[in-house]
Design a protein around this ligand. Structure first.
Ligand code: 5GP
Length: 140
């Protein structure tokens, strides 16, 4: 397996070198909106510790991240009046991964509505900001 490359886009977001629509941050992780949402409100939970994906992650980080994934999933269902939530975590190109810093997708779902394509269309900044604000509000 390839090694971790600290020049990946999420590492740059974590270092503040590239902007994001932030929802939540603590010592463990940063949560922000996916710029190419597969459903409105699609969020990403990104652990701060460097790892490519779940295959090389520290189990201690994994143990701390899942409660946060749950918290965001619950808030997302409420914020976007979703019927369900898809939680995704992809590993290596063969597993569909395109950004090689561990992250979890939290995607609002609606009965009978298919997802938009993965890494498909860039969303307007105003929409991403509005959705980040909705998700933030549902967390409090
Ligand atoms: P993966 O395929 O690695 O599981 O998912 C990477 C996700 O990151 C995709 O859903 C894609 O839309 C999103 N993404 C790619 N580049 C950026 C970016 O610069 N900013 C944000 N916020 N999301 C990104």
């Amino acid at each position: 397996m390839a090694t971790y490359d600290s020049n990946n886009i999420f590492a740059k977001i974590l270092r503040g070198e590239i902007p994001c629509h932030k929802v939540y941050e603590d010592d463990i992780a940063l949560v922000f909106m996916d710029v190419m949402p597969q459903s409105p409100g699609h969020a990403l939970i990104v652990p701060k510790a460097p790892s490519r994906n779940v295959l090389d992650a520290d189990p201690a980080v994994l143990a701390k991240i899942l409660p946060l994934v749950q918290k965001i999933a619950i808030a997302s269902k409420k914020a976007f009046a979703a019927d369900g939530i898809t939680v995704w975590q992809l590993n290596e190109p063969a597993g569909g991964q395109t950004v090689f810093h561990l992250h979890y997708h939290v995607i609002p779902r609606y009965d009978g509505k298919p997802l938009q394509s993965h890494s498909g269309k860039m969303e307007d900044a105003a929409v991403l900001k509005a959705n980040a604000d909705k998700l933030k509000a549902a967390l409090t």
